[in-house]
Design a protein around this ligand. Structure first.
Ligand code: P1T
Length: 393
């Protein structure tokens, strides 16, 4: 049998394997059947209906739980479906604290969808545990954290926020999409649920949309498992297979993302057409010392930076790119550049966006695993060619 005491790299490679796997197959089969034969008198034994459970999905859920050092995992049809299912744990009058700089779709879900259910929420800076504690109300039930945040890469004092939350019996959910279980395991720090947009690093090939929740508490598992089935936002067996296939190379991919990103960040910081670079691995990052403590293996593959000049310069930069693709999303093997104000965070009202610092000249780069020289050369030529004249706006 597979042992969870293997190193992370080994667990990831053997994600779908176990001795005596069906007919000796080394790779887990994709079970497409939507329904499973039942036999009296044990009618409730085994698989029943594919929305409720499926062998391929079950294997993925268990294996990702091992990678996140949790007892259980549940797969959903997207990262956003994971969020909305977790929020169904709460009732009218309950209150949630959400870190203020979150993925635009997460911001949109809280402020335009959840708000209609009568569940209250507040966005919180969460940069200091003492100020955070003052925002907790008697009705507060959950804390939603991204670390680092999307797109400004803020790093909250995670251990302290968890400690304060536990004192007030709050459910702590950490969106670990950016770090992946290779760089961070929030459950080991006391988080109750870790969530992933598996669409990103876990899959790594920009061809699956999926979400995952992982935890230890079996009571939470039962409630979420019920909602997973009742709400029906489950992934297809084929996508579960693809995700396991992607995860086999998670370790080597994340190592490459970590290594490339620090070099790209150092390059960007020196370029005259770049106003400021945000990367947790740079000493200039405001929470660099927290990053050193939390992310022992590396700082991840996401860099945010501001192009010097007005919006026209940023547009020029995007137009100049040759290898790097302008697109939403992140975490794939290919380098992607995102324009948060107009793509991933366009649902955030402009005044809030600007107050947060998501300005029109902000670029978010998902550094891929291409050769480092090719990534830097593309960025260099795109930045060098930004015209020096000021455009009339
Ligand atoms: O796209 P989906 O699988 O539904 O995941 C949503 C989500 C959740 N959490 C984080 C931290 C995310 O970044 C995302 C999705 N983000 C993008 C599509 C993006 O480009 O930032």
């Amino acid at each position: 049998m597979k042992s969870t005491s293997y190193n992370f790299d080994t667990l990831a490679v053997h994600i779908d394997q176990e001795h005596n796997a069906e007919k000796g197959a080394v790779v887990i089969p994709i079970t497409l059947s939507t329904t499973f034969e039942k036999k009296y008198p044990n009618i409730h034994e085994g698989f029943e209906y594919a929305r409720t459970n499926n062998p391929t999905r079950q294997k993925l859920e268990k294996s990702v739980a091992d990678l996140e050092k949790g007892k259980w995992g549940l797969a959903f049809s997207s990262g956003s479906a994971t969020l909305s299912t977790i929020c169904q744990l709460f009732e009218t009058g309950d209150h949630i604290l959400v870190i203020d700089d979150v993925y635009g779709g997460t911001h949109r879900y809280f402020s335009q969808v959840l708000v209609k259910s009568g569940i209250q929420f507040n966005f919180s800076d969460m940069m200091h545990a003492e100020t955070f504690e003052k925002e907790i109300r008697p009705s507060t039930k959950m804390v939603w954290i991204e670390i680092p945040t999307n797109p400004l890469l803020k790093i909250c004092p995670l251990t302290e926020i968890i400690e304060v939350s536990k004192k007030h019996q709050l459910l702590v959910v950490v969106d670990n999409t950016f770090m992946s279980p290779y760089n961070l395991n929030p459950l080991t720090l006391g988080a109750d649920i870790v969530v992933h947009s598996a669409t990103k690093y876990l899959n790594g090939h920009s061809d699956v949309v999926m979400g995952l929740a992982i935890g230890n508490d079996l009571g939470i598992y039962e409630r979420l498992k019920f909602l997973q089935n009742a709400s029906g936002m489950t992934p297809s067996p084929f996508d579960c297979y693809l995700l396991m296939r992607g995860i086999k190379t998670l370790s080597i991919r994340i190592k490459a993302h970590n290594e490339n990103a620090i070099r790209v960040a150092e390059f960007l910081e020196k370029h005259p057409n770049v106003e400021r670079v945000i990367y947790p691995g740079l000493p200039s990052h405001p929470q660099h010392s927290r990053a050193i403590q939390l992310f022992e293996k590396g700082y991840g593959g996401i860099i945010s930076f501001f192009i010097r000049g007005d919006l026209s310069k940023t547009i020029e930069f995007f137009q100049n790119l040759s290898l790097i693709v302008l697109a939403s999303s992140l975490g794939g093997v290919e380098s992607l550049c995102n324009h948060p104000a107009f793509l991933t965070h366009s649902a955030v009202p402009q005044d809030i966006r600007l107050k947060m610092g998501i300005t029109d000249n902000l670029v978010r780069l998902s550094v891929g695993i291409e050769h480092i020289d090719d990534i830097i050369n593309d960025l260099k030529q795109a930045l060098d060619r930004i015209s020096t004249q000021t455009s009339a706006q």
